[in-house]
Design a protein around this ligand. Structure first.
Ligand code: GCU
Length: 728
């Protein structure tokens, strides 16, 4: 994004021109070589000469009037991209006299109004990129019905160049069936980030609204480049202060920066805000005074932010206040807020990640049990946001049984991009592969083929609203996400939110090409490494469907021994249930019967020890240690095998990366290499600690050829991490 400018800052320091030149040259060489990842995938470095020569004619002239801030942003981006990639600035003209680009909407660009480029019926924010003959010239037309579509089309066109695609006969038509593609920031007003591993919050509340950090614009550009069009600025564990006038003014300043990029701002609403900042005695949604307070608050918010998206709410979960505190339902609470924002076109996103003080027999069942009876009871401007799985962003989870089970209520997906349970920023885990696995899962509701993706995009139940949210992994680190490869998860999230049918492998390839290099000798091994990385982390942390066995509270490192404390369902022993006979959570008919929450064909499969996909074996079944798994190994041996395989895969990844130094600048190369080393050490720690612990139940030797844990179980249990990041 930013070329680092040396400016004239060297001058006053040096009398001698020679030493000035020498120093500036040295600095320049260093800055040209070193990259810190700030540019993300919008890294418009010059393409090889032969590629530039191929693209140059297509971009020699540009017809692009810019009557709106969004079109100004789109043109800036186009020029920035072409300038960087091709070292070429197209001549801005009113009519082409050579080949070139014609960009805009029928309203902004009269030439597009005259061309038939297939804009009829294109959904909002969709776009086309096509070749046409205009004024006897072959041109590339980037067109949309609205300005944001044009911006997206420009980013798509630049991506074609960045990834060195042939431009012959362009015929791109793109639109998203997911209306809201949103980031959820778990950012607190003191700038700490819950489950954040990339520094502090980008939002510098203290200096807002007067100082607008240029990073806000780069954040907006990065999001727009992948189609993200909404952002929730504040943590779901909400602070009512964010709804007071001074903070609304600050949020409005951010909204103003994001607006040209098509990004709408949302805020979290603390349910008890009427008491905390409104001076009321209650927050009961049935109380007319409370209802009026929210109506007034909504009107105030819209005065500051006219295109405010709405509220995201976590209620009656993990101690957050909610309507159940007053004997009301989630629908009562959501509807009160929905009525407040309705006159302004706002929506309410109500989270289904609930679990109350009364502990159910199986926490996995609670969201379904509480929400299915409410289907049809929500206002038409409410979405219910459901985590990808029923427990909590585990390295792998079966899809949440709510998907497909609420045909009358638009359901939004909540993925976690930040890697709370997956080793934080330093473990290289490409989540695109996991998102794809979830999106393609078949809910069988109401029939076969009703995948999670099709539930989300509304095609199964004709939802009026559609949304996919991701808990952001973005912070103040120069590389935004805490690690170079974490950027891929932000990127993949956005691309899949735009089109949940995309292949995560294709997305990985796109990202690698834009972020690092187009050289096939680099692209192929790196994509292969990314594609096996998710399976690796599952192997070394939670093989065969184990889950929630991380360190208490911060979730860093292994903690399968965690027990006791305030709630059984905040311990590991609750989830793995290891005993002398075997291991795993029996969620079949003979156990908690959570399996019955799935459609009958899915329930039948998951509930059958012989048919359950092995990756979910211990999620649904308590299995004897000597049970014969598909490999022919008994369960205990298979666990040891998989833990070990996970560590081995990380070692392979390190080996792959070591061979790639010639393709990467030193700074990024070294950071990735160092992080892979951390990952290797921690994978081994996970393996060894887990084996040491579970062996106390299985009482079996390790299979031949497998190394015993390096340390004693007591040693692993003694490790403490009071300052692990992200935990507040
Ligand atoms: C997890 C996470 C919390 C978060 C919660 C939520 O439990 O550990 O930090 O607040 O999910 O999604 O609400």
């Amino acid at each position: 994004m930013m070329a680092r400018s040396l400016g004239g800052g060297c001058a006053p320091l040096f009398r001698s021109t020679l030493s000035l030149l020498a120093l500036c040259a040295a600095l320049f060489m260093q800055s040209a070589a070193a990259e810190d990842g700030y540019e993300l995938w919008l890294r418009y470095h010059p393409l090889p000469a032969e590629q530039r020569a191929l693209y140059a004619p297509a971009t020699s002239q540009l017809v692009m009037p810019t009557p709106s801030p969004t079109l100004v942003a789109a043109k800036d981006e186009l020029l920035r991209g072409l300038n960087g990639l091709l070292s070429q600035r197209p001549a801005s003209v009113e009519r082409v006299s050579a080949s070139g680009l014609i960009v805009g909407t029928p309203q902004s660009n009269p030439q597009i109004a005259r061309l038939d480029v297939g804009l009829k019926g294109l959904a909002a924010q969709g776009y086309v990129i096509r070749h046409r003959r205009v004024d006897d010239q072959t041109v590339v037309v980037i067109a949309a019905n609205d300005d944001v579509g044009v911006l997206y089309g420009v980013f798509h066109f630049l991506r074609l160049l960045q990834t060195q695609q042939p431009l012959g006969n362009l015929n791109v038509t793109e639109s998203s069936r997911i209306q809201l593609r949103m980031l959820n920031h778990w950012d607190n007003l003191d700038r700490t980030v819950e489950r954040g591993y990339s520094g502090f919050s980008l939002w510098d509340w203290h200096k807002l609204p007067d100082y607008l950090d240029p990073r806000y614009t780069d954040y907006a550009r990065a999001n727009a480049s992948i189609g993200i069009n909404a952002t929730v600025l504040t943590n779901v564990n909400a602070n009512a202060t964010s709804l007071t006038a001074p903070y609304l003014e600050k949020a409005a300043a951010l909204a103003k920066v994001f607006r040209p990029y098509g990004i709408r701002v949302f805020l979290t609403a603390r349910f008890s805000a009427p008491v905390e900042i409104g001076g009321l005695k209650t927050a009961d949604p049935a109380d007319p005074g409370v209802q009026q307070w929210w109506k007034d608050k909504a009107a105030e918010v819209y005065k500051y932010i006219p295109d405010f998206g709405g509220f995201l709410v976590k209620a009656n979960s993990e101690g957050q206040p909610g309507p159940q505190d007053y004997g009301r339902t989630h629908a009562d609470g959501a509807n009160m807020l929905a009525d407040a924002v309705k006159p302004f076109g706002g929506i309410v996103i109500w989270r289904a990640f609930v679990y109350s003080h009364e502990q159910p027999d199986d926490r996995a069942k609670q969201a379904y049990d509480e929400f299915v009876p409410l289907d049809g009871k929500f206002r038409d401007n409410v979405l219910v946001q459901v985590k990808n799985g029923a427990i909590d962003f585990q390295p792998r989870e079966p899809f949440h049984p709510l998907f497909g089970a609420m045909p009358k209520t638009p359901l939004a997906m909540e993925f976690q991009i930040t890697k709370e349970y997956l080793g934080f920023a330093t473990h290289l885990v490409y989540l695109g592969a996991f998102y794809e696995e979830v999106l393609r899962s078949d809910t069988y509701r109401p029939r076969q083929g009703s995948t999670v993706a099709k539930v989300l995009d509304g095609s199964v139940n004709n939802y009026a609203h559609t949304a996919i949210a991701g808990v952001a992994n973005i912070g103040t680190d120069r590389n935004w996400s805490g690690a170079q490869f974490e950027q891929a998860n932000w990127y993949a999230f956005g691309r899949l939110a735009w089109n949940p049918m995309l292949s995560s492998k294709d997305i990985a390839e796109e990202w690698v090409r834009m972020t690092f290099s187009n050289d096939p000798q680099f692209v192929k091994p790196v994509v292969a490494m990314m594609m096996k990385s998710h399976e690796a982390v599952v192997d070394y942390m939670t093989p065969l469907g184990l889950h929630h066995v991380m360190g208490r509270g911060h979730h860093y490192g292994p903690g399968p021994w965690v027990e006791g404390g305030p709630r059984a369902d905040w311990t590991s022993v609750y989830y793995h249930r290891a005993d002398a006979q075997g291991i795993g959570f029996n969620r079949t008919k003979t156990g908690s019967n959570a399996v019955a929450q799935y459609a009958p064909p899915v329930a039948a499969q998951f509930g059958d020890l012989k048919r359950v996909p092995e990756q979910f074996l211990l999620w649904f079944h308590h299995v004897p240690w000597d049970y014969r798994t598909q490999s022919g190994r008994i369960l205990w041996d298979e666990l040891v095998y998989r833990y070990t395989r996970g560590v081995d895969t990380v070692r392979e990844m390190e080996g792959t990366w070591q061979g790639l130094a010639p393709f990467v600048d030193a700074e990024r190369y070294q950071q990735v290499a160092a992080f892979l080393k951390i990952q290797e050490n921690e994978a081994k720690w996970w393996r060894d600690a887990s084996i040491a612990y579970f062996q106390t139940f299985s009482k079996r030797p390790l299979p031949a050829g497998f190394a015993p844990p390096e340390h004693s179980l007591d040693y692993y249990k003694s490790l403490e991490f009071p300052y692990a990041p992200g935990h507040h």
